[in-house]
Design a protein around this ligand. Sequence first.
Ligand SMILES: Nc1ncnc2c1ncn2[C@@H]1O[C@H](COP(=O)(O)OP(=O)(O)OP(=O)(O)O)[C@@H](O)[C@H]1O
Ligand SMILES: [Mg+2]
Length: 226
Amino acid sequence: MLTFDNIVVAIQGATILRRVTFRIDAGQTVALIGRNGAGKTTVLRTVMGLIGPAGGRLGFEGRDITAMRADQRPGLGIGYAPEDRRLFSAFTVEENIRLPAEVARRPKAEIADTLDRIYSMIPELKEMARRPAGQVSGGQGKIVALGRALMLGTKIILLDEPFQGLAPILAARYGETLKALKATRPDISVLITESNPSLLKPFADRTLIIERGDLSEIMNDEPLVA
Ligand SMILES: Nc1ncnc2c1ncn2[C@@H]1O[C@H](COP(=O)(O)OP(=O)(O)OP(=O)(O)O)[C@@H](O)[C@H]1O
Ligand SMILES: [Mg+2]
């Protein structure tokens, strides 16, 4: 459903992604593992159209979206939880979760329905719904960012290092939330980045490794390109 076909990204003359090629099928959870500066965030930003590739083709559900405007991409069903979360601290948790759908001018009834579904998948979000986002803990903030990604991410969600900086108990809780999400919505694909490969073992159907912009799939998994 998501395909990178020889994607090249260059920033200020430096090549950041080198002919990156992979495919994610519907419902798969794929781990993207790499050290600091390897290019993980760049892969996700390329999906969102926040960086334009210098070469290659980006496909989504059979469509070529390489040149599609960034503001049109969430509407395809792509949700994004950036590394730095970007929650608005003066807004409530619920307002933060609703925001992408409001920006996309989704109908009120649809927003209410989606919100209900997110609350049933992640009940702790309902408990904190009325609190200002500035008052939730770092671990809770990551779960808020996950909820927000699900607002428009009906086909795939991109999670950028959600475990980063979480104490072990909070990381375990986040992991349980992801497992609950996979159990209730097995149709949603997940692309999740991390620097430590062992953290994602329990969730990932496949593992991609990125090193200095070169991507490969680890052995004993599905073929890189089908
Ligand atoms: N806006 C930018 N300007 C210049 N260089 C950039 C920019 N964004 C990314 N880079 C460079 O691109 C490379 C890949 O960065 P990227 O943020 O994708 O890595 P990452 O794997 O997400 O790293 P981290 O684990 O630190 O989040 C790095 O060498 C980084 O310095
Ligand atoms: Mg990053």
